[in-house]
Design a protein around this ligand. Structure first.
Ligand code: ATP
Ligand code: TZP
Ligand code: MG
Ligand code: MG
Length: 272
């Protein structure tokens, strides 16, 4: 057992004491679900997009989450203004490159944002992260196809882009400062509800807002979210994705340190 492993369950308690303010510039599909998920967990969400106000909001926020799911030229501009203000204010910035690689506009916009803004954590599925890093991978719409080597892609992408990375899928990988964790919590039902990846990116922002160690914060977020999904599935397996989505919010509100200690499935690797 190492120190990171032992500290994982405590991060949710820190988060609930701090109630971090999370500024989201996200997509129109997931806006309400993201706000409700952050609230359920114990964070405070705000969505603000106007270029006239995003710098002020990113400055007072505890984390900024940028999500290109339904990007427009105006949104990209707002993301860059917000991201630059966040960098000045030391507000961590999480970037979810939804659908990167599906169209060249998405990939180019991600590159533009990453050129202008220092990103604290990049989170996506394997194909999205591979495409951002210029590693060949297939994306159809916003879903990844045929990419199984999350660990290998995370290592290569993090080195190429010089940024901490989380890749999610059946198994999640977090990589920061040359250390890597593999997380095997979660449930396949998460793939039947839209926005579960986007909500996770916002939740990663909430954990990073209260814990400076990016690997510890990311691992704690992934474990907490994955266990909440497992518990939600147990309760709703006779019903289906609609009930699961609602129960996921209930479980994010209820999950505690004891649940995390009991159910977390984490491997920690050094020197990745
Ligand atoms: P995609 O568009 O490829 O679904 P996404 O942005 O929705 O990507 P996911 O990779 O689906 O993001 O991750 C969202 C959550 O779902 C994460 O907590 C992840 O661990 C979980 N997850 C995804 N696929 C599975 C699976 N097959 N089994 C268990 N958990 C999964
Ligand atoms: N289309 C554009 S953004 C979006 C869809 C369906 C939501 C994607 O959400 P997630 O969390 O990546 O599944
Ligand atoms: Mg998914
Ligand atoms: Mg996604």
């Amino acid at each position: 057992m190492n120190e990171t492993y032992e500290m994982i369950p405590n991060v949710i308690t820190k988060l609930r004491k701090r109630v971090p303010l999370i500024h989201n510039i996200t997509n129109v599909v997931v806006t309400n679900f993201t706000a409700n998920g952050l609230l359920a967990l114990g964070a405070s969400p705000v969505m603000a997009y106007a270029k006239e106000e995003v710098a002020d909001m990113a400055t007072i926020a505890d984390a900024l989450v940028l999500n290109i799911g339904t990007l427009t030229a105006e949104n990209v501009e707002s993301m860059i203004i917000a991201g630059k203000a966040a960098n000045v204010a030391n507000t961590p910035v999480i970037l979810d490159p939804v659908g990167a690689g599906a169209t060249s506009y998405r990939t180019e916009s991600v590159h533009r944002i990453m050129k202008e803004v220092e990103i604290t954590l990049l989170r996506g599925n394997a194909a999205e992260i591979a495409n951002v890093a210029g590693i060949k991978a297939e994306v159809r719409g916003v879903d990844s196809v045929n990419v199984h080597n999350n660990r290998g892609i995370a290592i290569e992408a993090s080195q190429l882009l010089q940024v901490p990375v989380v890749i999610t899928g059946e198994q999640d990988v977090a990589l920061a400062n040359g250390k890597l964790t593999l997380i095997r919590n979660g449930h396949e039902m998460l793939t039947k509800v839209t926005g579960t990846g986007c909500l996770l990116s916002a939740i990663l922002g909430a954990f990073i807002a209260v814990e400076d160690d990016i690997l510890l914060a990311s691992t704690a977020a992934l474990v907490t979210y994955g266990i909440a999904a497992e518990l939600a599935f147990e309760k709703t397996k006779e019903e289906g994705p609609g009930s699961f989505q609602i129960e996921l919010l209930n479980r994010l509100a209820k999950i505690n340190e004891a649940d995390i200690k009991k159910w977390m499935k984490v491997e920690i690797e050094k020197g990745a």
